[in-house]
Design a protein around this ligand. Structure first.
Ligand code: SF4
Ligand code: SF4
Length: 429
């Protein structure tokens, strides 16, 4: 008999009662777009969570599958008249299911990978070395495609190449700036460290341009959010504690992330899933959250003048809002920076604020549905006739690239910081 007093869903028991089943959350739910079934939408998830908590439902594969059909995009939370925090409810329900049924093989494997950055580094090194055996380069693009299908991957997917040298191995821990200028701790994140190292280089260049001291703690780990998709909250908590201790070591004015997902972990999810259960850590995590900023938010605050850092051919771009920036209200700062960048014409796409379909490991576990969601995004990008789509999340970059390449599109995918640091010489190699 499951221990109901320690059921993670108890954390949100009062929130579950707030749902009046009005269905307003259907609008803009990407999971509903893909599955067209009631259990995929917030209302269905809340009802399911109520049954899981009451313990009057068989916890079979269907229950597990229904709860996995959510991208934690937060769109339903913004639309709900009763402020039901469905994303928080889904996280608790997944943890509850994982405790009662155990983790799936896939999610247990994800936990093993993200728990240990040295292991991840070794894996990335192997992937960079053995890549040509498994992947073929796609002509006229910088993407890769598998030569043959692998479980959870498939050979239609376009995958970015693993960097030969991780970003964190290229730089010392402390890069001193000018006296009196802000001290910034850089939370790098796995995608920037191992794949999109150019995003890390651009971040470093822009904050150095502003005279900031940049600290890249060597002991930082994965933010842990991939573990949240499968209910592996023990892994998320362990990583949160490790990262907290690492990021606290330095007297910094800001903890900066150039990855919307990592920033979302530090800013919102750590206090939510770790702080609520552990009062000892709560105040420390809240202090970390208060210092956490997105790179575009901080560059805007510190008054970056893109005229000094960006030059080159005129370019027409459109901007995609990553969910974990949108839900933190960070939609204006990247646009303001882009609008003040010489040679950049920003054209809004339809549904810029809609999820791209990545949703952490949703993109792996429900790949076809993830690409169904992405379809609308690729179409909206094409309709702007932009030469590049710009965004603030390396995860979204991967998803957008995959969708665009599958459509045969030549539209470039760039991080906001890459565009801002376009002037030759701004990034020092
Ligand atoms: S989650 Fe909110 S919007 Fe959705 S049915 Fe419940 S009350 Fe309505
Ligand atoms: S968080 Fe996003 S995907 Fe999940 S139910 Fe809400 S709107 Fe749908």
């Amino acid at each position: 008999m499951p221990d109901k007093t320690h059921d993670p869903l108890q954390r949100v028991a009062d929130q579950l009662k707030k749902c009046v089943k009005c269905g307003a959350c259907r609008a803009n739910c990407p999971a509903f777009t893909a599955f067209q079934r009631e259990p995929a939408v917030a209302r269905g998830k809340v009802a399911l969570a109520q049954h899981i908590l009451k313990d009057d439902l068989e916890l079979d594969d269907q229950t597990y599958l229904a709860m996995s059909k959510c991208l934690l995009c937060g769109s339903c939370v913004e639309k709900c008249p009763n402020e039901v925090p469905t994303d928080e409810i889904v996280i608790a329900a997944r943890e509850s299911l994982a405790r009662k049924r155990g983790l799936t093989t896939f999610h247990a494997a994800v936990g093993q990978v993200i728990k240990n950055r040295s292991r991840m580094k070794m894996g990335a090194k192997m992937a960079a070395l053995l890549g040509p055996l498994f992947f073929k380069k796609i002509p006229a693009t910088s993407g890769l495609r598998l030569r043959f299908p692998l479980p959870f991957v498939g050979n239609q997917r376009h995958i970015p190449a693993i960097a030969k040298k991780p970003f964190m191995d290229r730089h010392p821990e402390v890069i001193p700036g000018e006296p009196g200028k802000p001290r910034i701790v850089f939370f790098v994140g796995c995608m920037t460290n191992f794949v999109y190292t150019e995003v890390g280089e651009a971040a470093l260049a822009l904050f150095r341009h502003l005279g900031c001291t940049v600290i890249i703690p060597k002991g930082q780990q994965c933010c842990g959010l991939p573990g949240m998709s499968g209910g592996d909250l023990d892994t998320v908590r362990a990583l949160a504690e490790t990262n907290l201790a690492e990021l606290e070591k330095y007297e910094a004015d800001y903890v900066m992330s150039a990855c919307a997902t990592c920033g979302g972990a530090l800013h919102r999810f750590y206090p939510l899933v770790v702080g609520k259960r552990n009062p000892e850590l709560k105040s420390r995590l809240e202090a970390l959250a208060a210092k956490t900023v997105d790179a575009s938010q901080l560059l805007h605050k510190l008054g970056l003048n893109p005229v000094e850092t960006c030059a080159g051919d005129d370019i027409r771009v459109t901007y995609h809002d990553p969910c974990h920036l949108r839900t933190r209200g960070l939609t204006g700062q990247p646009r303001a920076l882009l609008n003040s960048t010489p040679g950049v014409e920003l054209v809004e796409m339809e549904g810029a604020d809609r999820c791209c379909g990545l949703g952490g490991t949703f993109n792996v576990y429900h790949y076809d549905s993830s690409m169904t969601i992405n379809e609308a995004k690729s179409r909206a990008i094409a309709a702007t006739a932009a030469q590049a789509v710009v965004t603030g999340c390396p995860g979204c970059m991967m998803q957008l690239s995959d969708g665009l390449k599958q459509h045969g599109s030549a539209v470039r995918v760039m991080h906001t910081l890459e565009l801002l640091a376009r002037k030759p010489g701004v990034i020092k190699r």
